[in-house]
Design a protein around this ligand. Sequence first.
Ligand code: DGL
Length: 262
Amino acid sequence: MTETARIGVIDSGVGGLTFVREILALCPGADIIYFGDSANCPYGNQTRERILELTFKALSFLQQSHIHVGVIACNTISTLIDTLQSNSEIPLFSVVSPAAEAVARSGAKRVGILGTEFTIAVGTYQKLIRAINPDIELLCQGSLHLAALVDQGAPEQDVEREIVSRFGPLLEHDPPPESVILGCTHYPIVKDFFVRRYPHIEFLDPAVELAKVLTRWLEQQGLETKGQGSLKIYTSGALDVYQRILEKLHIPAPQVLEHKIP
Ligand code: DGL
């Protein structure tokens, strides 16, 4: 009998549920075990060493469920994928690489990249895109606050104010970027704000490309992804925000939604 795919997903908080939405659409039969470290969110304002320490803890917690693969849904953590992979016994997937590759090959001439200050400063998106397409013009901007506002379920006007004040100059650039990577998992949760205010720009969710790449890999491994799977969600933070974001993203109720400090 074919073994059911068991996918571990980590994020600094609720943001990685945007990846869960995409992978459920392609692999409804997989067993998904999610950890969102909301107690320590935002990761984007922490040091590299602290992010690695927290991520290793989260990964070893997920490995207790005998996952076949670890998905680093968080863009900030994904910038450290090489160090993480060299210390991991299971394969790890970064959310950054598939999106960077797709954008570099898309034919776009001017692309925006929004993310945490950490993601933009490390420059992984920039390096990967330029390695494939050195002619592409990249406009990059980080935010210290937007991920945390979304993770805490802050009022809509606070979210909108941060988007406009931090990202407005880039999004109103003349000539405007043709497409913009929402390079933090928390941003696609509030994509409607971006689209409403900047309808002429195409906003890209990197989780979409990652879900495609991961699905191909699971199939190559001969793991079962069809049928009826399961979803278990653990978080170091408050459960009510997860409940709300699950509903907002139309993700069916999980079998488990529990508080957990790894
Ligand atoms: N959601 C994470 C990302 O994709 C980071 C948010 C945070 O700073 O914790 O980059």
